[in-house]
Design a protein around this ligand. Structure first.
Ligand code: BGC
Length: 773
């Protein structure tokens, strides 16, 4: 049946049910009639019959409780609230002692003995910290990413937690936005793979196992599209862009069975996400079949007042009616829902449904049977940061690094001679673990200096100088230090520091400059309008360059940076993000060739901030850019080309790879057919190495315009030097589908280009036609 535009929109808004949707819902209803589900429902029916209105509203309340070595620091209010059943979950409390203490309070002292659920921001590791998510994504290695989430689950579960506020899958195309650091970059296909891998890693196959944790998909939705890259800012976009470019990773996580979803701070097309019924109910539950619970982001309901959609009582009703089940920290539900019920602005069924969903979450985690989930000091000691986890963290970190430049094979370094190790990040530990570093202890992180000593031993002489402060912006330093930045400002003048570094460089065979951002310069509420290296660090590099010594730049940062000078002048550039507990060892492994870098960028690096938003899967325009500067009437800038500095998918290796032209099994793909794209990749250099071969398509003519390229598949392969391998990528019409302006998910017959290569720019091409039947 072909829908009219209006019908399709209504369908997408859940206002009409198509026969197909009816059938789907019936199937789901049948599925939920499984014995397990029926058992759970009976249990919860039974429990809810005994619950008072206050106790039900209590389940909708998520509070934060800090703790110290002796246990949770519970304010009087919190204490009273827990005892009277006015708290459903707690976050920011972990360790077996602290979690047990609060759980005991809930179990022994509340009327119905309902266990609490303990959540935490475990984003890229709990105690053993992995690279920041943007770094993890650059590995393009789903096994490694899943493994990082699995280890995080093992550790957090052993530390008394049940629930992690991850994965964050917000597509981000604006590197001014600090939270680019927390996601998987700009691509919906890759982002979807990562979303699935992380959910699998955290939740395993059976959430009742006490080494699993419930994942929380965030931030729903479109948080990464904040205007101007300014955190929490407005989002407004067409439905087609939303469905094609931003929603796929959320949908993928739902399909992978994620247990909970966090609503985002931003508004979506005029309605704050946290009070957006279309988003939280029609799309999430009715279209996608989500069965878990929705928690709001931190005080996001209260913030709806500032958004301008009502007073406390109104936003409380709006959020609950929209489908927000649990209120994070704001206590808006606690204070308003009973009155909302009296006023008739919320119905009893709505309160019951939200309460039921929270209780279901607890049930699925097995908390009613085993509220302590086997936590003990002994188990924690045996699990947290165990050797196997640290070894994996080192390996995963190495996989996340991206070699951006390597002239004259400057890297790998020889384990001989003298290395001048300079830059504000060379000896730092705090920054390595990045922000949102869970319960990670930065004092246990391996610095680059330590890593080099560990890997190169006494074979190399290391001479050091800091060379520069992070920045000369004192306000920035104060801000960072107010939130755990641990930055000490060297009181010497910039010239003095540079002079010292230059002297050190002159005495060495090679300079390794470790520069970039301090961890707090990216992440939440850390948008930047200038994404270059801060002034003093760039000045340092310029002075080092003048020494004529080979200059290796090791970058640490949480976002794409503008690096034009660095790209022109450094001999080698290694992007290492914030690489975690084992970062220094991993960096040293790569610098000395113990591991050959294989990471590829998942977010475009622009030449200039003025090009932002800049992403590879853009549309063409009617006057596409060409590189004829005198050709005026093109979609271009007067002062810069449209090209990025480093494109999506880009990353070098110590070896080189060549690709054959893609060969297609057929040039006509039928509606039920398959198409194999074969390409031979050869390692033509002198190191063994891994390569991420990437396949993109372009739908040449569409009923709505299609991106110039879209990633549809990739394979990461290890090739010994001299080895070649033929890779086969299988495409079906399913891979060619997109949402048209009627929001129908269709593959349109016609011509397609297929591109295969080592990044989104350097590819070879073939063409085929999709037939109508
Ligand atoms: C962030 C979330 C986080 C929450 C709880 C919020 O400020 O946006 O990502 O999970 O705080 O700490």
């Amino acid at each position: 049946m072909k829908h009219t535009f209006r019908t399709a929109v209504l369908l997408s808004l859940g206002l009409l049910l198509s026969p197909a949707l009816h059938a789907q819902q019936a199937a789901r209803a049948a599925a939920s009639g499984t014995t397990d589900d029926a058992k759970m429902q009976r249990f919860i029916d039974d429990l809810m019959r005994k619950m008072t209105l206050e106790e039900k509203i209590g389940q909708l309340n998520l509070i934060t409780v800090g703790f110290d070595v002796t246990g949770p620091v519970v304010s009087k209010d919190v204490d009273v609230n827990i005892r009277k059943g006015a708290v459903g979950g707690v976050f920011n409390t972990y360790t077996p002692i602290a979690a047990r203490k609060l759980q005991e309070m809930a179990l022994r002292e509340t009327r119905l003995h309902i266990p609490l659920m303990f959540g935490y921001d475990v984003i890229h590791g709990h105690r053993t910290i992995f690279p920041i998510p943007l770094g993890l994504s650059a590995s393009w290695d789903m096994t490694a990413i899943e493994r990082s989430a699995r280890i995080a689950a093992e550790e957090s579960a052993a530390d008394g937690l049940h629930w992690v506020f991850s994965p964050m899958v917000d597509i981000a195309r604006d590197p001014r936005w600090g939270r680019v650091a927390e996601g998987g970059g700009e691509d919906p296909y890759l982002g979807s793979q990562i979303a699935r891998a992380m959910v699998r890693g955290y939740q395993g196959t059976d959430l009742t196992k006490n080494n699993t944790v419930m994942a929380c998909l965030k931030h729903f939705a479109l948080y990464g599209a904040a205007e101007a890259g300014r955190d929490y800012n407005t989002t407004d976009m067409s439905l087609a862009r939303m469905y094609n470019e931003y929603l796929p990773p959320y949908k993928a996580a739902i399909e992978a069975g994620v247990g909970s979803v966090m609503s985002s701070f931003n508004e979506v097309n005029g309605i704050p996400a946290t009070g957006n019924k279309w988003l939280l109910t029609d799309l999430l539950r009715q279209q996608w079949g989500f069965k878990g619970f929705v928690v709001t982001d931190y005080t996001a309901i209260n913030e709806m007042v500032a958004h301008g959609v009502g007073n406390d009582a109104q936003v409380s009703a709006m959020a609950l009616n929209a489908g927000a089940d649990q209120d994070m920290v704001g206590e808006i539900f606690l204070k308003n829902v009973a009155q909302n019920l009296k006023d008739g602005t919320v119905k009893q069924e709505v309160i019951d449904l939200a309460c039921r969903r929270i209780l279901e979450g607890k049930y699925k985690l097995g908390l009613f049977k085993d509220p302590y989930r086997g936590v003990s000091e002994k188990r924690a000691k045996a699990t947290l940061m165990k050797k196997e986890f640290l070894d994996d963290a080192r390996d995963i970190a190495r996989k996340s690094f991206v070699l951006l430049k390597n002239d004259k094979q400057t890297l790998p370094l020889k384990k001989a001679g003298t290395i001048a190790l300079v830059g504000p990040l060379a000896t730092r530990q705090r920054d390595l673990i990045g922000n949102w570093s869970g319960a990670g202890d930065w004092k246990q992180a391996i610095s680059v200096e330590q890593g080099i000593r560990n890997v190169a031993g006494s074979a190399v002489k290391i001479v050091t100088a800091q060379g520069a402060n992070f920045t000369d912006d004192q306000q920035m330093i104060d801000r960072l230090n107010a939130h755990g930045g641990e930055l000490n400002v060297d009181k010497r003048s910039a010239e003095e520091m540079i002079q010292e570094a230059v002297k050190v460089a002159q005495s060495a065979d090679v300079v390794v400059a470790v520069v970039g951002e301090s961890q707090g310069m990216s992440g939440e509420a850390a948008s930047r309008s200038d994404i270059g290296l801060p002034g003093p660090q760039l000045e340092l590099l310029k002075a080092l360059k003048k020494t004529g010594k080979p200059l290796v730049v090791v970058l640490m940062n949480g976002r794409p940076l503008t690096l034009s000078w660095e790209n022109q002048n450094a001999d080698a550039i290694l992007e290492t993000w914030f690489s975690g507990t084992q970062g220094g060892n991993a960096i040293a492994d790569v610098l000395f060739g113990g591991y050959n870098p294989s990471g590829k960028l998942t977010a475009t690096f622009p030449q200039s901030v003025g090009q932002i938003p800049l992403y590879y899967n853009h549309k063409s325009t009617g006057r596409p850019f060409n590189d004829q500067p005198l050709d005026k009437y093109k979609s271009r800038y007067l002062d810069i080309t449209n090209e990025p500095l480093y494109p999506f998918g880009f990353g070098l290796s110590y070896t080189t790879f060549t690709y054959s032209k893609p060969e297609l099994s057929t040039t006509t793909l039928s509606a039920s057919g398959t198409l194999d794209v074969k390409v031979t990749v050869k390692n033509t250099g002198s190191y063994d190495g891994e390569e991420v071969a990437q396949l993109y398509i372009r739908d040449v003519v569409g009923s709505v315009t299609r991106p110039v390229r879209e990633l549809k598949s990739f394979q990461k392969v290890l090739l010994k030097k001299g080895e070649s391998r033929t890779l086969t990528f299988r495409l079906t019409p399913e891979d060619l589908k997109f949402y048209n302006n009627d929001l129908q998910f269709v593959a349109e017959p016609g011509d397609f280009q297929v591109f295969v290569g080592s990044n989104s720019r350097d590819t070879q091409e073939a063409t085929f036609t999709l037939t109508g039947n």
